[in-house]
Design a protein around this ligand. Sequence first.
Ligand code: NAD
Ligand code: GLY
Length: 364
Amino acid sequence: MKTLSVDLGERSYPIYIGSALLAQPHLLTDHIRGDETLIVSNETVAPLYLEQVQRLLRDAGKRVDTIVLPDGEQFKTLDTVNGIFQTLLEKRHSRKTTLIALGGGVVGDMTGFAAACYQRGVNFIQIPTTLLAQVDSSVGGKTGVNHPLGKNMIGAFYQPRAVLADVGFLKTLPDREYSAGVAEVIKYGLISDPAFYEWLDGNLSSLMAKEREAVIYAVEMSCLNKARIVSADEREAGKRAILNLGHTFGHAIETAQGYQGLLHGEAVAVGMLLAAELSHRMGYLNESEVAGLRDLLRRARLPVAVPAEMTPDLFMHHMALDKKVSEGVVRLILLKSIGSAFVSADYDKGLLSETLVAACTRPA
Ligand code: NAD
Ligand code: GLY
């Protein structure tokens, strides 16, 4: 097992990475201060793993309540979070309760948000069960829900007490969801770790075959990069924004599709390629680096084409609602080189338009 740390002073917390982590109950119970717990899961994950977590907590003498949410990004809403509050209140949970997110990023984001709000803040722990959640959403404390007018627009920065990333959960994860997680893994190489990007290029087949060593290494390197960036800029005053490479384009696609088209990681893959193409037009990346990224995404079985229903105007409409918009200007994450990203507000708007027109008219 590897243990990493997100260093945030007295709110620092460990990320445990490995397999069969629940065979070491203290990894979970050490971070529960009272006796009350509420496990939040969903209708897909609960039949697979809920009983195991319930048993562990009961064996440790905890009171265990459970809420099983409907499955899907379209349920990442205030209404669903209200259901969590309802359960907490009906079961009379106090300020000493601990919420435990057992699921992917959707469950994790909503559980964290509920924990941030319930009685003005209670503890929560992340047990991420998708690759995407293990490498990204469970770490760093971004919590929240979607709004019909924009993705992740309602939320709070609120850190978990611990993250248990057990790669054993990934055995039951559908291949398409696994690939969506690989998109975020590739992101870390692109934004801040050229050596990891090179490793991914050379070892992608092992990662796609879910070879345990490769998966653990990829989760570890991803969490290491994310923890470093979050520790330096928890509330995204500056550098943390680079974690959103491809997300402004990707969120526009997700919102335009009503959160029922491309998966988040797939939309991010398309968005990262658009960011790379714009970076190339601006004279940063060369053509072979963009082609190399397209090939890597394809090998990860990720989409590289913009969905047919997207137009440059639709992109611009949804991108104007991005959280990184400042004083009316959409800020984008661009690549200076492979492994080095930067936030830009003064990119050439004509080149952005050219990039979108080219991508929206290119045959899939
Ligand atoms: P998800 O939570 O929808 O999970 C994907 C699917 O896999 C779901 O159907 C889920 O039920 C199923 N599943 C989960 N674990 C499984 C397992 N072990 N076996 C079988 N099926 C399993 O999607 P996701 O990709 O994990 O997360 C996407 C969400 O995360 C988006 O809402 C995105 O906005 C958010 N996100 C948040 C952050 C952050 O920093 N908070 C970062 C990235 C993404
Ligand atoms: N996924 C972006 C962030 O955590 O900042």
